[in-house]
Design a protein. Sequence first.
Length: 77
Amino acid sequence: MNIRAQKLDLIGWISSLDDISTLKRLYQIKVDYSKSQDWEKSLKKEEIESIKRGLKDISEGKVYSHETALEVYGKYL
């Protein structure tokens, strides 16, 4: 069954539901999914710029191994 057929099957099933607890659970899944998809929209401009700088550092090879980070910062943990 392809994804389109699965969606249509679910739509049909949901439209026939009368069980409020099942509908509430499905609605919560929808809310949780929406939140997980929109997390980037909640970031501040400074956070986005910081992520971009980090990605640039990675692409330029400006990174340290986990072991090196533990050696340098381990005493603070």
